[in-house]
Design a binder for this molecule. Sequence first.
Ligand code: M6R
Length: 612
Amino acid sequence: MCGIVGYTGAREANPILIDGLKKLEYRGYDSAGVALHRDGCLVINKAAGSVADLEKKLGDQFNKVTVGIGHTRWATHGRPTDINAHPHCSCDNKIAVVHNGIIENHQSLRQWLADEAGHSFRSETDTEVMAHLIEEYYEDDLLEAVRKAVKRVEGSYAMVVIAAGEPDHLVCVRQDSPLIIGLGEGENFVASDIPALLAHTRRTKILEDGEFASITADRVEISDRDGKVVEREILEITWDLEAAEKGGYEHFMLKEIMEQPVAVKETMRQRIDPSTGQVDLSELGFTEAELSSLEKIFIVACGTAYHAGLLGKAIIEKVAGVEVEVDVASEFRYREPIFEKNQLAIVISQSGETADTLAALRLARRNGLKVLAITNVVGSSVSREADRVFYTWAGPEIAVASTKAYLTQLVALYLLTIYIGKARRSIDPELAGELVKNLMDLPGNLKKILSEESLSRLSSYCNHLSQWESAFFVGRNLDYPVAMEGALKLKEISYIHAEAYAAGELKHGPLALIVEGIPVIALVTQKAVSEKILGNIQEVKARGGAVFAITQEGFDDVSRQVDSVFYLPAVNDILAPVLSAVPTQLIAYYAAVARGSSVDKPRNLAKSVTVE
Ligand code: M6R
């Protein structure tokens, strides 16, 4: 995720900015840059690559400079190149901007700025429009110009801006993306995250959505959209550096689980029109004819992404009426699938670098299929080689165990299902409307599942679970892929041997392993098969299994038939897997914590598997 640092004071700005950017490296980035004030001009240095490379490039040529802004970029709009790196400048190089977030209406603004106001652009980024827009409004008052520019902008942003004509002045604004002001003596700082500030100060003021800050060496003034001054209490940070990197959470995995409401919101942004409830994936460039003539879709992926694919198959077939085959990439590449015309391949990969998935993509393309990639990393190998790319905007995932990337992959598949279903006229309009509504409610419902109370319930359940060396996950229908993903997560980080079964399969073998007290986690969110799975649960209970059910509000029979129950907010059954995945992630997390495992870096595993 992108990182921002800014400094104004009496010390050398360059080492402070570089050190701050290094403290933000853990968030992931692909390029870095700084803008420094020197003798009434702005000097920009930026490049794809590491902060260390940037540091070398800068050397000691800016020793006397005391004001500047810096940025680490994680590519979203435009590839990770030198030109696309931040800061971005106005035509006259007198305004420089660093930005985290997405300017949603950047295309129309870019067009207006180029056609009507004669600006010329250098990069492919959404951010560059801000530099030009501020230039357009600048009349020797940077704060006022930023205020006017922001009025024309839709999207999310944390932005810091400097102007050549205002030598010690930083102007900041935030909407849906964090920005923290660090208070010093005769100097002040700003950063997108606390770790970048800790070496210099623990006294901070947090900017809220819709607020601006005008910062000089001696003064910090916060104001609202209308220019009214806002008083903000000083917040004293007590975290150490490690805790700060994890946003105060004990592990990256928990931080990433808690980020899911935002991650899904970002993934849906601009893809659902809230006023009409329409899903718009025109960014993918499919024609209606192409989608209508589809006869088969291959979904290929590994691990967690493969489990997302299994759910994708279930919903695409059920809702959009297209046949889907799902393969583990390492099998697909050697099994000689039958390729014909009117087929599409979808590869799913968080990192976009998984060797087997890449090989599967190449195989499909060699055989004449168009490939759609669902990935989280702009500029990754998969995104470069696919014909079309659906980016999940989960932000970088640092824990090896995939959580927020998985949930956003599911969201991508639901959006795609609705879009394909509409193009083929195979989706019931009422169902489409209900699913879109449920999707829009998703961030709020996820927040409910992530409440303190739920966390403490799941954590105390894991005191029991963590004492066992094996556990089962069961589900039927759409709950089965969720059970598979739950079992993978538990194995991966707690090292408890977990197996997932389609509940109807228990009596064909695994029931032999059910002994007194063994943990069985049952997913019960599908009304059409709820009687059936409750029957399977009785088979387990009769043999002493301890059943923990994850179900929806309104499934009243469940609590009477199991040992404990976790309720999810009620949604259409088709969308329930996006909610039910979350308690399974937390179960894996708390079981791993209880067993003292290395949660973020489990043994023998790597985040990105770039070898076959
Ligand atoms: O980067 P990818 O999505 O292609 O990675 C695929 C798998 O290696 C990955 O999902 C793995 O299974 C996760 N660590 C599971 O949490």
